[in-house]
Design a protein around this ligand. Structure first.
Ligand code: GLC
Length: 743
């Protein structure tokens, strides 16, 4: 009898356990929400059904600087976020921006995203995403707060270095593989900053006024591609306002476009300090509130997380029946989906940190992204073997660039500076001398991370130039390494640049060096275009970007010809700031509102329609070899509404070195009733060719490549008529043209 009773009570207990904790999976072992063999939506519904009201609200907001709650009672893990787009941020204290002082959180710094975009190679974006995702995974992070894909509207925007340039099509092609690469690690990409965060001045509240057409054609495509093609699991709202509403809770952007038109099923995460109102956060599409009451950089009141807009204030509204549970459940579903895809995903790989593969990836991407802007008389590549003395001048040859710049600042295992890389490659056959040339920013710390460099300098500016000139006169070649840096008012979050020219009177140093030695190469370490008043006196110029842990080795690879440069500019270099659309029309950075009066005419679109010669055009980049384009043929001279046209062109390496060319395809609408750019980028392919080799490159377009957004009809329209085809090595170096008619 006793045995039967025990058995009976055990069965009763089991049934009770199962019933109160909801349905179990078919095998009867795991509750459905834990069973990864079940469809994720079933798991979400099961978890939701088990959660209390308090637990539902708890998962919608941060519990620390970079984490938000799970459901401890159900064993649903919390979410851990990390910056940033170029590498995994070092650990900070629970509720502070300052360093936690861990000793196991140094990382690989990958090149800045302008450099990635400049590779014009989606395979590099895939490699980048996979590699940075592996580092995030190894550091046990669930959400990577990147990539940033805000369009380059002005050369003064402090954060352009974190983004992918001025053209939506280039950003579209490069962001998708990055997102997919990150997420294959079970780490969510959190594409940012959605949307229209194109300046740092008054970023926490500036109201962007832009016509729908420019919003759709220029500023949204990369976000749309990241979500629709890339499958991004998270999107970060921007600080600024659009149509008078903060982007972190903006009905039109979040509910209308992102979750409505694009069917985004992931979570909208606020920027840190981007949430400003409980009811708007509830009703206008915010799912996960982070960083309230902080400036998103380094200040913030440690206001208890229960006081967050989506914390107790939300709970109170729910308890009083003044907020509906359907909206609550929709948010919770999105957060649960994010958790199941990441923190609770037991199938994800284990990642890796500071691996040789990651350093190799950083070096390869950097080498492919550096842009040879000018190379008269084949000044470059330098051949150290034939040189006795090579002089390197400039603070950016020695200054670490992985520390600073705002939330993308990193603590790297090692950063190979340009001087280190050049010395490693050139010595001992060639003696490499260094002269400071100028003093820029001698600080070397951000958020408690210190470079450890002592850049103090006692000599006067005149003395520094005199010493550099004296050394230049004795050298077989001179490399000036300057540009911008990651300090405030340079390439840095939180403020915009104050001038278009190079800071710290670098122009004077460059002029003096050009006078002293004609074999001069100028290397710019920067994330923005700059003025070059000395360009006529300098035979060779390289844009080296902020290129991460392997910066110096990658630069030496390019300067000495181990890597044949193949980068192309992802944004225009205007001669003067006034040649840029936003500045020509007087709307940067604006006041409480900023009007994008240039509309769709951003970057080369502006330069071409206004016939303003740029210093260096969009898509420009030279090689140590030369390429010939021939035999452009179209599969047809007419396209039907649902058809496609394939274009083929033969590219030949007509020089003596292997190299890569980015074949660019631009399309122009020759019979348009509305104003359209002269031509727009609608295709590109990077081909690697040996000397003498010819490759046939094929690009296929459909009517999407012909459409513009009609903001009267609120739809994309391709107008019948003639379209021109422009194939070339840059937007201004068109080699072959053709045309076809859209029926
Ligand atoms: C910052 C940035 C954002 C970053 C976040 C967390 O203010 O705007 O890009 O991911 O806050 O540091």
């Amino acid at each position: 009898m006793k045995t039967i009773c025990c058995a009976l009570s055990a069965w009763v207990g089991l049934i009770a356990a199962v019933s109160c904790s909801g349905p179990a999976s078919r095998e009867g072992t795991l509750p459905v929400y834990r069973d990864e063999t079940r469809p994720i939506e079933e798991r979400v519904e099961d978890a939701l059904s088990r959660m209390t009201l308090e637990e539902k609200v708890a998962v919608l907001h941060a519990q620390s600087k970079f984490s938000s709650a799970g459901v401890p009672r159900l064993g649903i893990p919390e979410l851990w976020c990390t910056d940033g787009p170029h590498g995994i941020r070092p650990e900070v204290l629970w509720d502070e921006w300052d360093q936690a002082g861990w000793t196991n959180d140094s990382c690989t710094a990958f090149p800045a995203l302008t450099c990635l975009a400049a590779t014009w190679n989606p395979e590099m974006a895939a490699l980048y995403g996979k590699s940075i995702g592996e580092e995030a995974r190894y550091r046990e992070k669930d959400v990577l707060l990147g990539p940033g894909v805000n369009i380059y509207r002005s050369p003064l925007n402090g954060r352009n270095f974190e983004y992918m340039g001025e053209d939506p099509y280039l950003a579209v092609r490069m962001v998708v593989p990055y997102v997919q690469g990150v997420q294959q690690n079970g780490v969510a990409a959190c594409v940012k900053h959605f949307a229209l965060n194109n300046q740092e001045t008054r970023r926490h509240g500036v109201n962007v006024v832009v016509e729908d057409r420019a919003l759709r054609e220029i500023y949204l495509p990369a976000f749309r591609a990241a979500v629709v093609e890339g499958g991004a699991w998270a999107v970060m709202g921007a600080y600024n306002k659009y149509r008078g509403e903060y982007c972190c809770h903006n009905d039109y952007l979040l509910n209308g476009i992102l979750k409505g038109e694009w069917n985004f099923d992931g979570a909208v995460i606020s920027d840190w300090g981007g949430t400003h109102d409980t009811k708007q956060a509830i009703e206008n599409g915010l799912d996960l509130e982070y960083g309230s009451w902080t400036n998103g950089l380094n200040q913030g009141s440690s206001n208890a997380y229960d006081n967050y807009y989506l914390a107790n204030p939300y709970l109170e509204l729910l308890r009083r029946g003044e907020a509906d549970t359907a909206t609550l459940d929709n948010k919770v579903r999105r957060v649960l989906r994010l958790i199941f895809r990441t923190a609770m995903n037991t199938q994800k790989p284990f990642g890796s940190l500071n691996s040789p593969e990651h350093l190799a990836a950083a070096r390869r991407i950097a080498g492919e992204g550096m842009v040879l802007l000018k190379n008269d008389a084949e000044t470059l590549p330098f051949d150290p073997a034939s040189m006795k003395k090579l002089l390197v001048v400039g603070e950016n040859a020695v200054k670490m660039m992985t520390v600073g710049g705002g939330s993308s600042s990193l603590k790297v295992r090692h950063e190979c500076t340009p001087l280190e890389g050049i010395r490693a490659a050139a010595e001992p056959t060639c003696e490499v001398l260094f002269e400071r040339g100028y003093v820029g920013d001698v600080t070397g710390s951000y958020n408690g991370v210190k470079t450890g460099q002592d850049l103090t300098e006692s000599r006067s500016a005149e003395q520094l130039i005199a010493d550099a000139v004296a050394a230049a006169r004795e050298a077989d070649g001179v490399i000036f390494i300057g540009g911008l840096n990651k300090s405030e008012f340079q390439d840095c979050e939180g403020a915009d640049r104050r001038e278009y020219g190079l800071p710290y009177a670098q122009d004077r140093v460059i002029e003096a060096l050009a006078e002293a030695n004609p074999r001069l190469a100028v290397v710019l370490v920067s994330g923005n275009a700059v003025a070059m008043p000395w360009i006529g006196r300098v035979p060779a110029v390289v844009e080296a970007w902020f290129s991460g842990s392997e910066a110096g080795n990658a630069l030496a690879d390019v300067l000495f010809g181990k890597v044949n440069p193949s980068g192309k500019l992802p944004f225009t270099f205007p001669v003067r700031l006034e040649d840029n659309a936003a500045h020509a029309l007087g709307e940067f950075p604006g006041g409480d509102s900023v009007r994008y009066n240039e509309g769709i005419f951003v970057g080369y679109r502006w330069h071409e329609i206004r016939e303003i010669e740029p210093l260096f055009p969009f898509g420009h980049g030279l090689s140590y070899t030369t390429f010939d384009y021939s035999n452009l043929r179209l599969s047809s001279d007419r396209m039907t509404a649902d058809g496609t046209i394939s274009l083929q062109v033969d590219v030949t390496n007509t020089g003596s070195r292997p190299g890569a060319e980015v074949v660019q395809l631009y399309i122009g609408d020759e019979e348009s009733l509305s104003e359209r750019p002269i031509k727009e980028l609608k295709g590109f392919e990077k081909v690697f060719l040996n000397p003498g080799e010819t490759r046939s490159v094929t690009m296929t377009i459909d009517t999407d490549a012909l459409k513009f957004y009609d903001d009267r009809e609120h739809r994309w329209v391709a107008e019948p008529g003639e379209f021109s085809v422009h194939v070339g090595a840059s937007s201004a170096d068109i080699r072959l043209t053709g045309s076809f008619t859209l029926r």
